[in-house]
Design a protein around this ligand. Sequence first.
Ligand code: NIG
Ligand code: FE
Length: 409
Amino acid sequence: MAVGDPRSPLVGSQLHDRETLVSEGGMALLVENGIVAKFDDSQSLESEFSVDSDVDSRIDVKGKAIIPGFVDSHTHLLWSGDRSNEMRLRQSGLTYQEIAQQGGGIRKTVNATRSSSSGELFESGKARLQRAVDFGTTSIECKSGYGLSTETELRLLDIVNRIREDSDINIHSTWLGAHDFPSDLPPSQYLEELLSEQMPAIIEQGFSDWVDVFCEPGWYSLDQTELIVRAATDAGLPSRLHVDEFVDGGGLSLAAELGSASGDHVGHSSDDARAKAAGAGTMQTFLPGTPYVLGKQLELPLQKCLDEDWQFSLATDFNPNCRSLSIPFVGSLATHRMGISPIAALAAVTRNPATSLLRSEQDLVSGSIRVGGKADFVILNGDDVDCWCQMSGDNPVMQTIASGAIVSS
Ligand code: NIG
Ligand code: FE
């Protein structure tokens, strides 16, 4: 996947260019200090590094395909509790909004999360991260958002940071204090708390790379979103936003105006907003697992993005309703259900989201396999690279390698 500038996403016909994106078999990679040092045919590399050379370890993949490690650019990794009852409620005809109004939804998870100890949240976060890694993820974005108070939002971001310190995985952290309004404060008071207490504390701690807002009618309005994002951006936190999940609320258009790195969900955004996002360099990140678990049609315009050369990504949206950290499952939805090719879908879970997570020129770029790039990759359980998204319910990953180390269990 080492085509062009790895800091830019692939679009349109570039995503179908199999000849450039996929190498023939019989190749080998040499990794030094977590970086890909050589990529050559395996016989040449074998003769260059004979058995008695100082190569620490060798992996014979026996002809299996190797792909870049997955970059899951949208997860709600840390929360407690169980909302499995909500499926019955949905099947009895209640909407997501009605379930939330009746005491379910985000606020229910907030109550459970607030009453969990930091130790419990840390352990469950680590276990979830390992599951993601076993499914091939080597970079992951983790949001707060189930605290909705300064104390708990800080606690969640501190835990993300502690998990990051302990891990070979690239972990990006996002402050989502504006995920909902807590039930114990009037909305205007919480908005004030977000701006004058939570945001300064988050920035002072330096735990967060990004700001996110659930910009959707019924949650945060366009004006409230703009207020929060502008203040955060001025203080050094760039944005990636939840927009247009249930209706076209103008969220993607606002994300483009605000220069957000990504507009996520974007199931109901208008074509005008999508074109505007493409022009502004705002990634459209589709989260098909969410409409899937909510019992909705999977009618996301992936093909349209390909036809129009609009950059797009795919991610899991792991959360209490959508409890899958499997990027291969997302790939199955994109290919089996929405008809895009396995190679285009692969770029949408590797190269493209990696570019949306870059914050500075100094950041090491993940998401593609190339000499000089991070040695983050996945050895598949099949010879054909296309198998990555075709083992629905099963795991196509034989081994996950991050920074040159085997990290899968
Ligand atoms: O991205 N839509 C907002 N947030 C999450 C789900 C939150 C929840 O239901 O707990 C999402 O789907
Ligand atoms: Fe989400």
